[in-house]
Design a binder for this molecule. Sequence first.
Ligand SMILES: O=C([C@H](O)CO)[C@H](O)[C@H](O)COP(=O)(O)O
Length: 209
Amino acid sequence: MKLQLALDDITLDDAVELLDKVHTYVDIIEVGSPFIIEEGMRPVRIFKEKYPDCEILADTKIMDAGEYEAEETFKAGADYCTVLGVTDTLTIEGCVKAAKEYGKQTMVDMICVEDVPKRVKEIEAVGVDFIGVHVGVDQQAVGITPLEKLAEMKSCVEHSIVSVAGGINLKTIEEYKKLNPEVIIVGGGINHAEDPVAAAKAIYEAINQ
Ligand SMILES: O=C([C@H](O)CO)[C@H](O)[C@H](O)COP(=O)(O)O
């Protein structure tokens, strides 16, 4: 099981200061969508060079022009791009094609997908092998968690690896671990913790025990 640290509402300087202290606890560094809006692919290039033991995921949430946008992401050095599960299958196929060309991977973010088993079947059929269960911050604010969706996802994937994101923190990590996702994504649970370094260490240890 891997830990992915999502960096969303953070400056580049603060992200580097945090990563210098926690990168040994992190398997995948996520350059989050808000961070990309602020800084483009710059953090991807910097983190790739500075933290060679970590993989880099750019949370591009691609919705169109899949092959082109995924290719731009991989050219910047990302190991993963993300594409939205709600978009057209052609767009997802484009991302998968670019990922194969660059020897990288595409994660399909299932945020707001209604019929999960149906969509999983469709996207696995076009070569997807990494799928993310995700309850976004706006849904988290009205009390929704990704726990049920994770259980549903684990019961319907044929061969894909599964990640889970959506408000996970040290207090809730065990519930998610029980469902055995391959990747657990934590953003605010580390960045907004009173002591982000201690939170990253504790979450890493919980995942690896
Ligand atoms: O993808 C995310 C969200 O849509 C904002 O861009 C977050 O990175 C993801 O939800 C993980 O963050 P937390 O929910 O704060 O753990």
